[in-house]
Design a protein around this ligand. Structure first.
Ligand SMILES: [Zn+2]
Length: 427
């Protein structure tokens, strides 16, 4: 299919964007009268809209939309062990399918076309993503609880998933999801490292999220989490380390040396009082290009709006550092777009010829986008997800005029599915 977006604002100028297949084939000045390449099958009126690269959610647990508002205002470990894990033990693949459907819908409605996920019932998530039209890197939660039998089961399951993932939609990428060093044995981390290296598979892991995790690691292994991961040879450019709140200078240097990718989750870290990513220190260590932004799951955020996440990221660093120049708007925007595209190996994250047609059109008539002195500033500090009017992913329209196919059915079904899940857990 070919699509022409006419008279749309790109980097402050009115342009025509011509899309062929899944990529941006040409961008011309709208005023030059220059003809675009061929006749498009579909035309979108871009007047009073701005085209920006659609957003990347670097870390989430999509189906946790089902647990939105279920348990709040608790410390992380108590929250996980008394509320989240008991409920998750009752989950079915169908629950995960509907929870992920809702997550994809919410992300589409707020301009996100890629998310990096770790959750139970991989097949349910994969089905939902394939239907949604957006992209995801999916991993199955790998927790062995230091039990040899469980470890063997998880390894078998991941080997099988890797094989089946080859026949999934090309918008889905398989990754390995060892949950964290406090839930996965050293032996399983060795296996993850070898399997990842052998097949060039990304590894999605929670690292140094809380002070308690660091203290436990020091007690158990005699060193800090990143030092431990380095010691066992786990660190590599394929590792996507989420949170990274508590890092020593040595650990930052190790992350740099191994070209490890980092995801910052400001809302979740603030909500669980975990602290915040040492952003300026990581930048000084040369890791800026390796940092993306994520929402984390809906039980600890409690939404998937990356516009909100960009604003919170920028504000938290200004607040913590006492420096109002920390994480300026353009950096927060890059974390959610081009930096993330680099981390997740997608030829996207900017509006340029030859890039994937993953594009969000912002409605410049929205009251919070008026006036438009500086669009990046408006995007980060003034906008929210509802400013996105139209969304394209892989050259296909997934939302137009804020309408998404099947929206009402998804919301109705999730209402029921979530209600039944909570009933089942309390029975
Ligand atoms: Zn997480």
């Amino acid at each position: 299919m070919s699509i022409l977006i006419k008279n749309v604002l790109v980097d402050g100028k009115e342009k025509n964007i011509y899309i062929e297949g899944n990529a941006i084939a040409a961008i011309n000045d709208a005023s030059s009268g220059e003809e675009t390449v061929g006749e498009a099958e579909f035309v979108i009126d871009g007047k009073r809209k701005a085209a920006i690269p659609s957003l990347f959610n670097g870390h989430t647990h999509a189906a946790m939309t089902l647990l939105r508002g279920y348990a709040d205002d608790m410390p992380l470990h108590e929250w996980l062990s008394t509320k989240i894990w008991p409920l998750e033990a009752r989950l079915t693949e169908d629950d995960v399918y509907w929870g992920t459907k809702l997550a994809c819908l919410e992300m589409i409605k707020s301009g996100t076309t890629f998310f990096n996920d770790m959750y139970w019932y991989f097949e349910g998530s994969a089905r939902a993503v394939a239907e949604s039209g957006i992209r995801a890197m999916l991993s199955a939660v790998f927790i062995d609880g230091f039990d040899e039998v469980k470890a063997k089961e998880q390894i078998k399951r991941n080997e099988a998933l890797y094989e089946t993932s080859k026949s999934l939609s090309q918008r889905i990428v398989f990754s390995l999801g060892p949950h964290a060093i406090y839930t996965v044995s050293k032996e399983s981390l060795y296996w993850t490292k070898d399997f990842s290296e052998k097949h060039d598979i990304p590894v999605h892991i929670h690292v140094s999220e809380t002070e308690a995790e660091v203290e436990e690691c020091k007690k158990k292994y005699g060193m800090r989490p990143v030092e431990f991961l380095d010691e066992i040879g786990f660190l590599s450019p394929r590792v996507i380390a989420c949170h990274c709140v508590h890092l020593s200078r040595t650990e930052m240097e190790l992350l740099k040396r191994h070209d490890v990718k980092i995801v910052h989750d400001p809302a979740s870290n603030m909500k669980l009082s975990s602290g915040t990513l040492p952003y300026e220190e990581l930048k000084r260590a040369g890791l800026y290009g390796n940092i993306a932004l994520g929402t984390d799951g809906c039980a600890s955020n409690n939404n998937l709006d990356m516009f909100e996440e960009m604003k919170l990221a920028s504000l938290v660093h200004k607040a913590f550092s006492g420096d109002p120049t920390s994480m300026p708007a353009h950096e927060a925007f890059e974390l959610a777009t081009c930096n993330a595209a680099h981390i997740f190996r997608l030829n996207a994250g900017v509006i340029e010829e030859g890039k994937l047609a993953d594009i969000a059109l912002l409605d410049l008539k929205k009251v919070n986008l008026v006036p438009n002195h500086n669009l990046t500033s408006n995007i980060v500090y003034a906008a929210n997800g509802s400013c996105v009017d139209t969304l394209l992913c892989d050259g296909q329209i997934v939302m137009e005029g804020r309408k998404v196919k099947g929206e009402e059915e998804i919301k109705e079904n999730v209402q029921e599915v979530a209600h039944e899940l909570v009933n089942r857990a309390s029975a």
